[in-house]
Write a protein that binds this ligand. Structure first.
Ligand code: CO
Length: 134
């Protein structure tokens, strides 16, 4: 059901510093920071030949990554994003298998404007999983 690894997301306290680290120290192609107020994050995308790294800095008072970052003040691996062909089919299959979808269970537009869902980390080996329909 899942396809390519779309991105790995790392929560960071400072997206500008994180971008510099990836650009200067690791020598990667890095996007300019993009504020996404509707998602409560500022994102920087690192383009790798086979996938992307999404650097996420909290934005606003009720950022969904604020609690995570308070537990991991230096930053930390936040989620993996796998591609699916049909997010409705994927959701139905996962719910039937007993997996929990975060929020109201309805796909919503993610950081790339495509429909996404998040799966409860306790159901997936302690890893938050994002599914993105591509
Ligand atoms: Co993501």
């Amino acid at each position: 059901m899942i396809g390519r690894l779309n991105h790995v997301a790392i929560a960071v306290p400072d997206a500008g510093k994180a971008a510099l680290l990836y650009r200067e120290t690791l020598g990667a192609a890095v996007s300019a920071p993009l504020a996404l107020p509707a998602h409560g994050v500022t994102t920087v995308f690192v383009e790798l030949p086979n996938t992307k790294i999404e650097l996420l800095e909290p934005l606003g008072a009720d950022s969904p990554i604020a609690a995570f970052l308070s537990r991991h003040p230096e930053g930390g691996l936040h989620h993996l994003c796998y591609e699916v062909d049909d997010i409705g089919v994927a959701r139905d299959r996962l719910v039937a298998a007993g997996a929990r979808i975060l929020g109201d269970g309805k796909p919503r537009p993610g950081a790339h404007g495509k429909p996404v869902l998040f799966l409860h980390p306790k159901d997936f080996l302690g890893t938050l999983i994002e599914l993105e329909q591509v």
